[in-house]
Design a protein around this ligand. Structure first.
Ligand code: NAP
Length: 259
């Protein structure tokens, strides 16, 4: 399917690996010029080089922490006017409700709620002026069904979801859509880190931890970054202009809900 967005420009945050990279790859395949970001310069350059070679698109890289105001300013200055924004950052650490104090919540809110809001605040006006824009926020299935061990994530991402629900309706009249993608378990470094936590806590092997988790997913496997990126690219396409303020779950059926 021709997504109808060739030649547009996208900022894909936190995109040297995992789900962000999947989104960058799929947008590049649709002919999008990319601005890619991550903290680690080496992996970022590797990813950008691979994408240039595979898709022949222009890729600008900015190694910076997207959750830090100075890092974000650097990214935004290099990005300039973009038509598409994909927000993403690492997720908060797991723990127990009694582990966290105010500083832990502020850090989680900064990374997974206020950073994407700041990016939207900076880039939505240009999209509105040009009469076209797409924003996709990578959140989590924890917005639909809480993951008890990820209380910091549950809280921060629920806040972002509330913000998007209202804001998406305010910008839609200008041809700009905002939607959220909610990953269930995908085979990335993040999933690996969570599985390694189970290995340590329960004294089982990594394969056992993965098999145990895969068994809880009706699709009986982890999702891939490619599948995730394809859905992101569709939401950014010309065909998705009527999809506004939605929370789209990609979880292999793991959240057991009718709606
Ligand atoms: P990942 O494989 O660990 O990749 C994270 C990417 O983000 C890397 O490129 C990393 O590069 C970059 N990054 C992390 N923190 C950053 C920051 N502060 N500033 C700029 N770049 C940053 O993670 P993932 O699995 O793709 O997860 C992406 C998001 O989806 C996370 O918020 C995660 O919690 C959420 N999620 C993932 C799953 C899953 O199963 N994978 C499920 C639900 C939700 P650097 O480290 O070099 O910065």
């Amino acid at each position: 399917m021709d997504l109808g967005i060739g030649g547009k420009r996208a900022l894909v945050c936190a995109s040297s690996k995992g789900l962000g990279r999947g989104c960058a790859e799929a947008l590049a395949a649709a002919g999008i010029e990319l601005v890619m970001n991550a903290r680690g310069a080496e992996a970022l350059e590797d990813a950008a080089g691979a994408i240039r070679a595979a898709h022949g698109v222009q890729v600008t890289t900015i190694a910076a922490d997207i959750t830090d105001p100075a890092g974000r300013a650097e990214v935004l200055a290099a990005a300039g006017d973009v038509d598409i924004l994909v927000t993403n950052a690492g997720g908060p650490p797991p723990g127990l409700w009694s582990d966290w104090d105010r500083d832990d919540f502020i850090a989680a809110l900064d990374a997974n709620m206020l950073a994407p809001i700041a990016l939207m605040t900076a880039l939505l006006p240009g999209m509105i002026d040009r009469g076209w824009g797409r924003v996709v926020n990578i959140t989590s299935q924890s917005v639909k069904a809480p993951i008890p061990v990820l209380g910091l994530s549950n809280s921060a991402r629920a806040g972002l979801t509330g913000y998007v629900a209202g804001t998406a309706r305010q910008v839609a009249p200008h041809g700009v859509t905002i939607n959220n993608l909610l990953p269930g378990i995908h085979a990335t470094d993040r999933a690996d880190a969570l599985d390694r936590g189970v290995v340590e806590a329960e004294g089982i092997t990594l394969d056992e931890a993965r098999a145990r988790r895969a068994a809880t997913i009706p699709a009986r496997r982890y999702g891939t970054a490619q599948e995730f990126g394809a859905m992101c690219a569709f939401l950014c396409s010309q065909h998705a202009g009527f999809v506004v303020g939605q929370n789209i779950l990609l979880d292999g059926g793991a959240v057991n809900a009718t709606l």
